[in-house]
Design a protein around this ligand. Structure first.
Ligand SMILES: Nc1nc2c(ncn2[C@@H]2O[C@H](COP(=O)(O)OP(=O)(O)OP(=O)(O)O)[C@@H](O)[C@H]2O)c(=O)[nH]1
Ligand SMILES: [Mg+2]
Length: 430
């Protein structure tokens, strides 16, 4: 008999806690932590904060606070506490020993969410590396948790005199290096594809920004508005949840003016994104690093949007993306009752990704920047240069093409690089 009752997943209840370090952004990071907990299917029932300039080296919180947490958790019948910072292995162990509670730090929480979201082989490998690197210094000398998770396999050939934790570390290091190897192979294919895209001479634009800001929705609407039915087939995954996108997707956008550019959608950011995770996602983010223009999508309807912009700026800096021109795209204006949109102010756009007029204005802004140094010129290519004609038709905006006795006459918009390349064929238009 089939079970007709649906099991309602019970959400584990947790307490969140953090040290304010006297920082103005503390409240925002605690709100963000609660959001992260929710994204990991946890229910936040209370929060504990303390204003210490420096964290306690042994227990993060001061000892009075630790007792307070223990009592609060007992009163609420909660077993897990989530901490706003990354804890050292010994702080975690001390806190658990002192309270009998389970502690999860911000890093582990983010890693869990990423692990849950990862779908492709590449994303899964990237997240697993980051998780193993996090686990490595945290293996308890007597514990064997990771082996249990992995079914205890592959551990039979242990060397004489080797302790279980050394063995675990060795197994983990081996796994990390295997995964890195696999990723390197995958990256090779990606690099080839990326190189091909670079060679195509189409300008590259990347959507970046805080998670859930509307990057994927913006990409989908650009595809919808400018590619119609074929654009709908190339849609990427968008959803109201943190870290919906983990993999970079690249799509070609072709405008009615025949101008074309490549658009990439990337993983969203959050403050204190674990360093290991950023490291492993660097290949995925290479697309943004190579872009000619970045569109930073901001959820303008979120009261904390300014902090989110700071977080995005910091993360870009950490990845090493610093010198690329950027458009600020203030999205979800439809959710702010008193806001006029679409509206352009220099390179800042207030818009809604769900509004076609907004999307058209965004496209116009993008093209005005990426094609600013393009020039329309007349070329005359002898028939022996048929390959160049085909190349130009594939990679540049050809405005007209006429066959003459001397060869093919093209009126074409060229990038500065192409201008140099085809200089010999340029016809002076005096
Ligand atoms: N009302 C409204 N909702 C929007 C708008 N743009 C996006 N959304 C919603 O915001 C949510 C997140 O959108 P995504 O496009 O998935 O966000 P993202 O930036 O790609 O997020 P990650 O991939 O998680 O980093 C979805 O539920 C969208 O429908 C908008 O202009 N107005
Ligand atoms: Mg997305």
């Amino acid at each position: 008999m089939t079970d007709t009752y649906q099991t309602i997943p019970t959400q584990e209840q947790v307490i969140i806690g953090g040290l304010s370090h006297g920082k103005a952004s503390f409240e925002y990071t605690m709100t963000e932590l609660a959001e992260l907990a929710r994204a990991d299917n946890l229910e936040v029932v209370d929060r504990v904060t303390q204003n210490l300039d420096r964290m306690d080296a042994a227990t993060y919180f001061g000892s009075g606070k630790v007792t307070e947490i223990k009592e609060l958790a007992q009163g609420l019948n909660v077993q897990t506490v989530i901490i706003n910072d990354e804890l050292s292995p010994s702080q975690l162990a001390n806190l658990e020993k002192r309270t009998g509670l389970h502690f999860i730090d911000r890093t582990e929480l983010i890693l869990e969410i990423f692990a849950d979201r990862a779908k492709t082989r590449e994303a899964k490998a990237q997240v697993e590396i980051a998780r193993l690197q996090y686990a490595l210094p945290r293996i308890h000398p007597s514990a064997n948790t990771l082996d249990q998770q992995r079914g205890g396999g592959g551990l039979m050939n242990r060397g004489a005199g080797e302790t279980q934790s050394e063995l675990n570390r060795r197994t983990i290091r081996k796994r990390i290096s295997d995964l890195k190897q696999q990723l390197a192979t995958m990256a090779k294919t990606e690099n080839t594809k990326r190189q091909r895209r670079r060679n195509s001479a189409l300008p590259q634009v990347a959507l970046v920004g805080y998670t859930n800001a509307g990057k994927s929705t913006t990409m989908n609407q650009l595809l919808e508005v400018f590619a119609g039915e074929s654009g709908s087939k190339k849609q990427v995954f968008e959803k109201n949840m943190l870290f919906a996108t983990l993999d970079t997707s690249v799509r070609e956008i072709q405008l009615p003016t025949n101008q074309r550019f490549l658009l990439s959608d990337t993983v969203g950011f959050v403050s204190s994104l674990p360093h290991n995770l950023i490291e492993s996602f660097k290949t995925t983010l290479a697309e943004a690093a190579q872009a000619d223009l970045l569109i930073q999508v901001v959820d303008y309807s979120d009261p904390n949007y300014q902090e989110m912009m700071v977080t995005t700026a910091q993360t870009l800096q950490e990845i090493g993306i610093t010198d690329i021109p950027m458009i600020y795209a203030f999205n979800k204006a439809d959710l702010k009752g008193d806001t006029v949109y679409p509206e352009l102010d220099g390179h800042d756009l207030t818009y809604s990704a769900k509004d076609p007029a907004s999307i058209k204005l965004l496209a116009r802004l993008v093209t005005s920047i990426i094609f600013a140094d393009y020039q329309t010129v007349d070329l005359l290519l002898p028939f022996s240069q048929a390959k160049d004609v085909a190349e130009l038709e594939a990679t540049a905006e050809v405005k007209s093409k006429v066959y003459t006795d001397q060869g093919t006459a093209l009126k074409v918009s060229l990038s500065p690089a192409q201008l140099t390349q085809y200089q010999a064929f340029q016809v002076s238009t005096r």
